[in-house]
Structures are given as structure tokens and as C-alpha cells.
Design a binder for this molecule. Structure first.
Ligand code: 5RP
Length: 221
């Protein structure tokens, strides 16, 4: 918790007056959004674009003004969490099920910053099961194809029912052992009919604020 707060709050340094800010999802970025809310109360003028309904609600509660895509040209900076971060700043995301909106916003942002506690740093991606967003129609076939390319897919459940994303889709969590070629796997998964997107974020993060050897560090790509 202390690490999450430390890295989350540090990220406000990337936000300047007048910016459009992508607001991530999860328990680490929560601290960023809370701090941002305080700065807005003190007069900082920014507009937020939330990556999930959960974050939208939080931002509204904190008084952070929001905008939609049809009102903006670009996102200046997006701040988000991650489930795994490799030494090249490639990521697994989607533990909270928000991976599609998170990737749309990360890709739209001029600068994409990750906040991650020390446990998220790995040598090779793949210990965390990779979240894959799929359309409900024919998902049994989609699962079969994920298995054919080396995955061990499991349908994410909540209260005994399939977990539904904010987009009304399912999430398949799939282990792939070590993911040595994340870009290739990201592309191959997205070629399967029924896959909307997956939680591999390759070459998107510009910097990762994290803790290494008990010290706050910012790793830059
Ligand atoms: C949600 C995400 C989160 O950023 C990721 O799961 C990390 O969450 P947390 O900060 O709670 O550990 O990708 O879809």
C-alpha cells in the first residue's frame, strides 16, 4: 500500500495546467487520481478522460472535470497501473478488466506513464495470466484458438457468472509461460476472430515510476 501511494502520487509531476489527462484504473493509480483531485480543488485546471466506469465515478466524486473523445484533439498524458513490467517497459495489463479502454487511451496519449509497485517488475512477462477481451458470441471457439497458440485460457468469472467488461465483453485470462516475444503474441492473439484486444502493451509506456531497492525510481524508455 505504501509503495502504491508513493509511486501513484509521484505521477502528478507529469500533469501541467491546461492538460487533457488519461486516468487509469486500479489500486495504484487510485493514489494518482486522489492527489490530482486535491490539486484540482486547489485550482489546477485539467480535463480527464477515464479508462473505466469505476474511474469515471471516482473522478466525478473528486471534482475532476471530464471530457469525451469528440471534444478533444489528443490526450497530453495518461497515467495508469500495470500487472507486470519487463526491463524494456513492456507490460501486462487488464487485471481489473479495463484493458481495452486503457489501450485506446494509452495509444492516444502523447506521453504514457506507468505507476507500479516493486512486485510488478519482472525479467520476462508471463507469470501473471494475460487478460484477453473477447466478444461473448462464440467465445468457446475463441478459447480453442487461444489454446492452439500455446495459451491455457480460463474464462474470468464474477459471482458465478462471466465477468463483463465496461464494453459488455468477456475476459479470458490465459497463461503463456514465459512471453519471450510480446509483440508477436500481441499481434497473433488479435488475429483470432472474437478477440477484441489483449493486455500486452508493447512499446507504449514512455516511463515507469516504480520502487527498486526500496528507492523510488523513474525508468525511461
Ligand atoms: C486494470 C489494470 C490495472 O492497471 C492493473 O491491473 C494494476 O492494478 P493495481 O494497480 O490495482 O495493481 O490494468 O485493467
Amino acid at each position: 500500500m505504501i509503495e502504491k501511494k508513493e509511486v501513484g502520487e509521484k505521477a502528478v509531476e507529469y500533469v501541467k495546467d491546461g492538460m487533457v489527462v488519461g486516468l487509469g484504473t486500479g489500486s495504484t493509480v487510485y493514489y494518482f487520481i486522489s492527489k490530482l483531485g486535491q490539486l484540482v480543488q486547489q485550482g489546477l485546471s485539467i480535463k480527464g478522460v477515464p479508462t473505466s466506469k469505476h474511474t469515471e465515478k471516482l473522478a466525478i466524486e473528486l471534482g475532476i472535470p471530464l471530457v469525451s473523445f469528440n471534444e478533444i484533439e489528443q490526450i497530453d498524458v495518461a497515467i495508469d497501473g500495470a500487472d507486470e513490467v519487463d526491463p524494456d517497459l513492456n507490460l501486462i495489463k487488464g487485471g481489473g478488466g479495463a484493458l481495452l479502454r486503457e489501450k485506446i487511451i494509452a495509444k492516444a496519449a502523447k506521453t504514457f506513464i506507468i505507476v507500479a509497485d516493486s512486485h510488478k517488475n519482472v525479467d520476462t512477462l508471463g507469470t501473471f495470466p494475460l487478460p484477453i477481451e473477447v466478444v461473448p458470441y462464440g467465445f468457446e471457439m475463441t478459447v480453442k484458438h487461444i489454446r492452439e497458440i500455446g495459451g491455457s485460457p480460463m474464462l474470468r468469472q464474477k459471482d458465478g457468472l462471466p465477468f463483463l467488461t465496461d464494453n459488455g465483453n468477456y475476459v479470458i485470462d490465459s497463461r503463456f509461460q514465459e512471453i519471450k516475444h510480446p509483440k508477436e503474441l500481441e499481434k497473433n492473439l488479435n488475429l483470432i476472430p472474437g478477440v477484441v484486444d489483449n493486455g500486452l502493451f508493447v512499446g507504449l509506456a514512455d516511463a515507469v515510476i516504480t520502487i527498486m531497492d526500496k528507492k523510488l525510481v523513474t525508468k525511461v524508455r
